[in-house]
Design a binder for this molecule. Sequence first.
Ligand SMILES: [Zn+2]
Length: 154
Amino acid sequence: MAAEIDQAAVEEETAKRWLQAKRQTMPKGGWVCFHCEENLKTVGAAQDHFGGNPSALAACQIKIGEELGLLMALRKAELSAEEWQARALKAELQVDVLELRVDGQLSEIQSYQPFRACRSIREIFCLYDSVEGRAIAAEEELKTLKTEKANERT
Ligand SMILES: [Zn+2]
């Protein structure tokens, strides 16, 4: 019978190697699998062997009969990837439609002569604030002139 393996030590070592592979900091001489002693000399090979996360089963630990489960997981991941790709394409299309809509609205706003030079809603707001400020000043000026005229009459 093989020497008893300390499961906690195996898990700790596997997690350490997984982290090294994830950070792409290859130890001198590459990674050596704790289970099968395979020497993995590239990051990709290490990631393939150790899996996508620390709790993943190392490739050499996948027993015959588990392939069906892995195949099902692969198919599920492929389906999920297709769904996300479809969502991304739909979102991309929606962004295109919204960009067209914004361009159309900006063109419509720029068709009004005073806003023709404006390139954004913010520029329109700034122009509006400037015009409003001038109108308030003109109203004050008018009020002052009316008061002066009224005072001249008396
Ligand atoms: Zn191994």
